[in-house]
Design a protein around this ligand. Structure first.
Ligand SMILES: [Mn+2]
Length: 317
């Protein structure tokens, strides 16, 4: 399989690497590393939709500055490779047409839910990140991991494991990270690019929400409400809400953390838990996710949605 993929890359004259819509550090890091390997004949496509903005912290990744977007990508490729793209719904608009009409397609991914929608599917659900999957692929066929390739792969692994904190972090993840570090990349600088590069209002907005969080049920439940008014007050972008729920869950004694964000159709909910299965809450509202991190949308006014969530949470505590 690995050989087949590498041969297909070698035999193609124009390659398009597609990252998932509204990209993160894993999809961008993996794309960057893959482009570093393939070289000139490959382009990266970054898809941005709705009010999402390109996450500036990843601008340090090799080749990302020259990435194409949905408006300037053309149908001129004989091989398309989707990286970290769990399903073809995560390829949108004209990019989807280009993908569907392409002679050859490859998926490189680590999402357990990925059913394999390409002609060649290289999916390893047990690995932490798409970057770890690409590392495995390179290793299988003895491709040399240059410093430039390592930069992208390290970024993908670092961000998708939450700095080696999440349950997807295995002894193998550390081993790969160590091998990547041995290429001479500056791991502390990469971490700084990814995590210590936040806009002022991002920190002020998050601190405001944490300081104004409310507790109930003997501090077992904590919640923060993000109204449109608060968003405006801090000129907050959508990505500014990232990480608040984790911060709230990290309080000792807290079992369930909720973050509710006011949207046009009601409330967008993030849930983080300690022992309780978060999907037992989101199932009730047609949401989903993982055992300790899940989400849903509730078509109610934000305070009413909160009431429903607490009601459901009480049955589990
Ligand atoms: Mn990923």
């Amino acid at each position: 399989m690995e050989r087949k993929i590498i041969n297909l890359i070698k035999d193609s004259s124009r390659v398009l690497i597609i990252t998932h819509v509204n990209p993160d550090g894993d999809t961008l890091g993996t794309a960057s590393a893959l482009k570093s390997y393939i070289g000139e004949k490959a382009d990266i496509l970054v898809q941005i939709k709705d009010k999402f903005q390109f996450p500036k912290m990843y601008e340090f990744l090799p080749h990302i500055d020259k990435a194409l977007n949905l408006t300037n990508v053309k149908n001129e490729y004989d091989l398309i490779i989707a990286v970290d793209v769990a399903s073809c719904d995560r390829i949108v608009e004209n990019a989807r047409k280009i993908f569907d009409n392409s002679k050859n397609t490859i998926v490189i991914d680590h999402h357990k839910t990925n059913k394999g929608y390409a002609k060649l599917n290289y999916i390893k659900g047990e690995l932490s990140s798409a970057s770890e999957v690409l590392y495995e692929l390179f290793k299988e066929v003895d491709i040399e991991i240059t410093k430039e390739i390592a930069t992208g792969l390290y970024c993908g692994i670092l961000t998708d494991t939450g700095c080696f904190k999440y349950e997807n972090t295995t002894p193998k993840t550390f081993k790969i990270a160590s091998l990547l570090a041995q290429t001479g990349i500056n791991t502390s600088q990469i971490a700084d690019f990814c995590y210590s590069n936040k806009p002022k209002n991002f920190i002020l907005f998050q601190n405001y929400l944490v300081s104004n969080a409310k507790f109930c049920l003997n501090d077992k439940i904590v919640y923060a409400l993000i109204t449109k008014e608060i968003m405006n007050q801090f000129s907050a972008k959508d990505e500014y809400t990232e990480g608040i729920c984790e911060t709230l869950r990290s309080i000792a004694g807290v079992e369930i953390a909720f973050v509710l964000k006011e949207i046009e159709t009601g409330a967008k909910v993030s849930i983080r838990t300690q022992e309780i299965d978060a999907t037992k809450i989101t199932d009730k509202f047609n949401g989903g996710g993982h055992r300790r991190a899940a989400g849903c949308t509730i078509k109610l006014e934000i305070n009413e949605a909160l009431e429903k969530l607490i009601e459901q949470a009480k049955t589990l505590l």
